[in-house]
Design a protein around this ligand. Sequence first.
Ligand code: UD1
Ligand code: CA
Length: 480
Amino acid sequence: MDRMRKMAMNRVDSKPVDVVVMAAGKGTRMKSRLPKVLQRLAGVPLVQHVLNTAAQLQARSAVVITGHGADQVEPLLLAPDQVLAVQCVRQEPQLGTGHAVQQAVPALADDGIVVILSGDVPLTQADTLQALIAQCGGDKLALLTIDFADPTGYGRIVRGGGQGDAVQAIVEQKDATEAQRKINEVYSGIMAVPATWLKAWLARLDNQNAQGEYYLTDVVKFAVADGVPVVAHKISDALQVAGINSPVQLAELECAHQHRQAVHFMEQGVRLKDPARFDVRGQLVCAQDVEIDVNCIFEGMVSLGEGVKIGANCIIANCRIEAGAVIHPFTHIDGEKLGVTVGEGALIGPFARLRPGAQLGAEVHIGNFVEVKNATLAHGAKANHLAYLGDATVGERVNYGAGSITANYDGANKHRTVIEADVHIGSNCVLVAPVTIGAGGTVGGGSTITKNTEPGALSVARGKQISIANWARPQKKPKA
Ligand code: UD1
Ligand code: CA
């Protein structure tokens, strides 16, 4: 069905799609050293949201216009793992949106439909753009528009003028008459246009307007003059066309986006204690009957198995949590590049910290103030209090005592600690790696273990206790 629809669409839009993203503007109102298009929404740079959407259009090529902060923006665009092969074109100085797209002309083929996007409008959906491309149909100028109760600041869609309801022009706020300012239909900043027409119209732009800029929006009046139909694809979802100009708008869009994600998860059956206190900054996948308490943040790629429960105030990043595991409040998990796995039925926290490469088997218990890094814990292993397990391999049913640590770093290199199955490590032990504790062995509390131990052995390595009977403590001298 989906494939058939796609094939049908491809027949309609037989022309290839080329994307242009405008991302050269200054973003003065952000008052930030970071270029505006690198500000993050839901943990992802604004321009990356735009590229992610563009990637879904099966575009033939993508050109991004950079300028302000180009040295910072281009490395992201050209990163080897970028979703789309991007060509960067510099616009210097920045003389307006029309001038921006003029810079892309040499990079654009003549036989395509050009979809023009803004790097600061992050939440447009691919199906909206597909519909816009279909409206363009390869021989029309298609504008994405929306009605705003308060259209202040936007270009207004001027219709009619003896031509029925047809679009005649886009008039910018600063050039608009009193009557035009009352128009509620605004231009979103997004259009689809045949490349040949676009190139012809861009060549005719001037900057005779209130801002002395080359306006991309002036192409509309050239289309009308050339008898090319101008169609408006009007949508009602304001989030899809919301642009970011200031920290307030960034926060408002973040909030609206998070709420929309929260609703989406609840509709799939996820139980959120409070959708207003739930943030996903990346990709979260939830199986059935997941419960999430308030103030949890999910980052990067996270998957939660069936029946997983997440307590309040957890931050969970780049992690797979398997069915039935419980993450108690205030736990911090970040797998970064190596990832973290929490096995079935494991109990983690409160106040636990799982770092990259923590691979916890089923029924593992990690308690408060326990840190695990690059360590594998097999089925049923437990470290319940105040401990560190770094660069370690821990066998089944091991019990790792309070206050014990693996001394994994000799100041130059990291070494591995192996704790075989059924070992019992007492409290406050130091296991100096590389070292292996043999299966079923016991390490006495307070031991500093520097040599391998035999299976089944009790190993104690600490100063012997001495007791001096009737010990008289030193006394303070009485004042003279
Ligand atoms: C633009 C539209 C306006 C529309 C609005 C929607 C024009 C003239 N006006 O206005 O009709 O309602 O978007 O948000 O197009 N940019 C460059 N180089 C430049 C100038 C801008 O790359 O020289 C980029 C910016 O980085 C930004 C985008 O183009 O990503 C839009 O520029 P902006 O200045 O925000 O345009 P608006 O005034 O909002
Ligand atoms: Ca803008």
